[in-house]
Design a protein. Structure first.
Length: 312
């Protein structure tokens, strides 16, 4: 078992239709990206998403906890020439609507799939980070013929492999269980910045890599009514619906090429070990001196790895 978890969370500090506005955004890392902010009503929810580029191929990018669709801005310049990029906020998070249920990743993946369909798209390239990784895996497993290539960044796949119980019960991932406390939301309310700082700092090998401007954006987003509650609901599903669904999905191997990228100070080899259970066509990369937040800590390297994978 320990071999599967080598490097897992080896961090520096351990204690995770439509309105439209045309935006010109200069990111805190000096990159300028043109994109549109839109909403669409799909699967009974309003999904907010960013759209960039007008290329013939479609690239869907799904964010994780502690971030929103905004996290993908550093990828827009790299991919907008060849792709039409769709980066949604998951239901309940960011500027998407906040239903009371449906936070299992199978349902969230269907939201994204319905969004893609509503935009007249079908065949996609798909990327997910953190909880977005879990949604992306569910999307690819449910709609395998529609995913050309899949990229999974820095998170475990719930329920997969003999390593899953050790991952889920890792004391360093205390927040997987904290969310079940009846007073968890009371403890975090009004302290969203402090709570999120734990993850931005402790799950990073380079904590300063996430600029202050980004932190303010995410803090404001997660401090909105019910957003943190919905984020906790995403966590609560990990070892319940998500694990059950994924074990069923894993009975059929993914047919598309799969790239997984992890930080050596974060998931280490655990993600690639899980990936090899669900796919026979895995390319695995581990970035040195890197934690969980790949698009903040290693944006150029992550973009380059994804571009090479998509182009080959």
């Amino acid at each position: 078992m320990k071999n599967h978890l080598r490097g897992l969370f080896n961090f520096r500090n351990i204690f995770p239709i439509a309105s439209l506005t045309l935006l010109l955004c200069s990111t805190m890392i000096g990159q300028t990206a043109k994109y549109q902010s839109k909403t669409a009503d799909v699967n009974g929810v309003k999904i907010h998403y960013l759209q960039s580029g007008s290329g013939p191929k479609t690239l869907v990018m799904i964010h994780g906890f502690g971030e929103t669709s905004h996290m993908w801005l550093p990828a827009f310049d790299e991919f907008s020439k060849d792709y039409t990029i769709i980066a949604p906020d998951m239901r309940g998070i960011g500027d998407s609507s906040r239903p009371v249920s449906g936070y299992d990743k199978k349902t969230v993946a269907i939201d994204v799939h319905e969004l893609v369909k509503s935009l007249g798209k079908k065949q996609i390239y798909l990327v997910g980070h953190d909880i977005g990784l879990m949604v992306a895996y569910s999307y690819a497993a449910q709609f395998p013929a529609e995913v050309e290539k899949l990229v999974l960044l820095e998170a475990p796949i719930p329920g997969i492999g003999e390593m899953w119980p050790s991952i889920y019960n890792n004391p360093q991932l205390w927040h997987f269980h904290f969310v079940f406390s009846p007073i968890a939301l009371d403890l975090v309310k009004g302290r969203e910045r402090t709570f999120l700082e734990h993850f931005w700092q402790s799950l990073s090998a380079n904590p300063a890599s996430m600029p202050e401007g980004e932190r303010k954006i995410y803090t404001k987003s997660y401090a909105q009514p019910d957003v943190m509650k919905n984020a906790f609901a995403l966590f609560k599903a990990f070892d319940a619906e998500d694990a059950r669904d994924n074990r069923e999905f894993a009975k059929t191997k993914l047919p598309m090429p799969l790239l997984v990228i992890a930080g050596d100070k974060a998931m280490g080899t655990a993600l690639q070990d899980q990936a090899k259970i669900v796919s026979d066509n895995v390319t695995a990369m581990i970035f040195a001196n890197t934690g969980h937040w790949l698009m903040s800590e290693r944006p150029a390297e992550t973009n380059a790895a994804m571009k090479k994978f998509f182009d080959n």
